[in-house]
Design a protein. Structure first.
Ligand code: SF4
Ligand code: SF4
Length: 157
């Protein structure tokens, strides 16, 4: 056995690939014809965070405090009135702001097509929030669910 084969870098069984080929012949391609074919989003998908200006924000700043990326700013715009600004180029779409908001004023939309040529357009204030696009939610196959929720092995202390 060569030293590469011993190190596991070379297939020691030349016929093994045929088993893989025949196993996958009947399967659909894993890739999709995006954007023609819309992606399948899992139910808990986290896209662009959205602030509801009529949601009753109390200005507690918990969302600002808990954001790990310093990506959300709350501004007072009137008596008991607040607006939010999200820096989407900093945001990591973790959903912590939505979790921290006891008033449920912030939610995570399904909007994910956020690529832009100009970074300044990635600062989203409450007033300029466009309506979230309609993204088809398709039921995931058991195979896709398994891909979405990987099992994290326990680490030993
Ligand atoms: S989703 Fe996460 S990173 Fe983005 S604004 Fe909310 S807390 Fe900050
Ligand atoms: S956590 Fe909610 S209520 Fe508090 S400032 Fe943020 S959006 Fe407003």
């Amino acid at each position: 056995m060569s030293k590469h084969a011993a190190a596991g870098l070379v297939h020691t069984r030349p016929g093994a690939i045929w088993r893989e080929i025949t196993k996958n012949l009947g399967r659909k391609p894993a890739t999709r014809m995006y954007p023609k074919e819309r992606p399948v989003l899992p139910p808990n998908f986290r896209g662009r965070p959205v602030f509801n200006p009529k949601g009753g924000c109390v200005g507690c700043m918990l969302c600002v405090r808990d954001c790990p990326s310093d990506a959300v700013k709350i501004s007072k715009i009137g008596e008991k009135q607040f607006s939010a600004t999200f820096n989407l180029d900093n945001c990591i779409y973790c959903g912590q702001c939505a979790d921290s908001c006891a008033k449920k004023v912030i939610s995570m939309s399904k909007e994910f097509e956020l690529a832009a040529f100009d970074r300044s357009t990635l600062t989203n204030t409450t007033d300029s929030d466009p309506p979230p696009p309609k993204v088809a939610e398709t039921k995931l196959s058991s195979e896709e669910v398994a891909c979405e929720t990987p099992e994290i092995p326990e680490t030993k202390a």
